[in-house]
Design a protein around this ligand. Structure first.
Ligand SMILES: [Zn+2]
Length: 59
């Protein structure tokens, strides 16, 4: 799965705030993501995150 910093991920399951879009802030063994709805930032393991991605939005 080709994910880059700056991409927006559309997730299969929305965040509790209702938004299903997460901005990619940092990439490594963990991804740092920011919810586009509420601005919440969090780290998540790459393997776990990739299973939850519905679509990668590249702009
Ligand atoms: Zn949110």
């Amino acid at each position: 799965m080709d994910i880059n910093v700056g991409n927006t991920l559309q997730m299969k399951k929305p965040h509790p705030c209702g938004s299903d879009k997460m901005k990619v802030l940092r990439i490594g063994a963990d991804f740092k993501l920011r919810c586009e709805g509420c601005g919440h930032e969090f780290m998540t393991p790459r393997s776990k995150c990739e299973k939850k991605i519905k679509k990668i939005i590249t702009e």
